[in-house]
Write a new protein. Sequence first.
Length: 303
Amino acid sequence: MGENRNMRENEMKQVLQKAEVLIEALPYIQKYNRKIIVIKYGGSAMSNAQLQENVIKDVTLLKLVGFKPIIVHGGGKEISRWVGKVGKEARFVGGLRVTDDETMEIAEMVLSKVNKSLVTMVQELGVKAVGISGKDGGLLTVEKKYVGGEDIGYVGEVTAVNPKILFDLLEKDFLPIVAPVGLDENFRTYNINADDAACAIAKAANAEKLAFLTDIEGLYRDINDKSSFISRLTAQQAQNLLDEGFIGGGMLPKLNNCISAIRSGVNRVHILDGRIAHCLLLEIFTDHGIGTAIISDEEREPL
């Protein structure tokens, strides 16, 4: 009898813990109901099947509880794999892929394949999704991007965003999934850095949140000192870190994108470790979160 009682007590504790989690999430669900959230998805979370499933479940849940999520995805590792299959060597300048005609053709095919696989995963969970690229509806207009004056081929800098197609899809209750490919004014096709595309879309769509799923835990004042982790900072504090030379490598352009998004009206930007299962839910629906949140200089709210 005593053993049965202990089992019932343990079961009751587990049920109460679930109830507490739901109650903790409630104010966040209320605050962000019907608000747009842009999720930039790539890196290890995309190349690992289990993590990929977790991310898609997270985004689907956000949709079902009233958010309006938009996924902007990358596919760099998969593009490099296919470039290697045709005997070419992937080359990067300043973290951007040098993209000739053949590489651009491969990149667009691979991104389209990735895009439709994500659509399939979302639809398997009972949510309607539509996969598009920046070409569709004139979503992303670009011009050639140069790195230190060097021509790196068909790599685009976003110059204009027409979010109408996104608004139309959201209004009809679809979840848009965007591949980072765009057209220039002469209708030539360009590859776009997925971080840049997500930032541009978040600004143009007046997103409440922009979340970057990355391969690091978040932001550190000193990357070699784990105790220097920063869980929250304002856009100005982030700018100060850049100006003082604390941030380098691949985080530098990402943080610039974060600051730009905040100063263009995005309420909050999250840098999350996509290798952690359900990182989106943990960051958005819990009081403490797990990544780095960048907020406006004026924000003083607890959420």
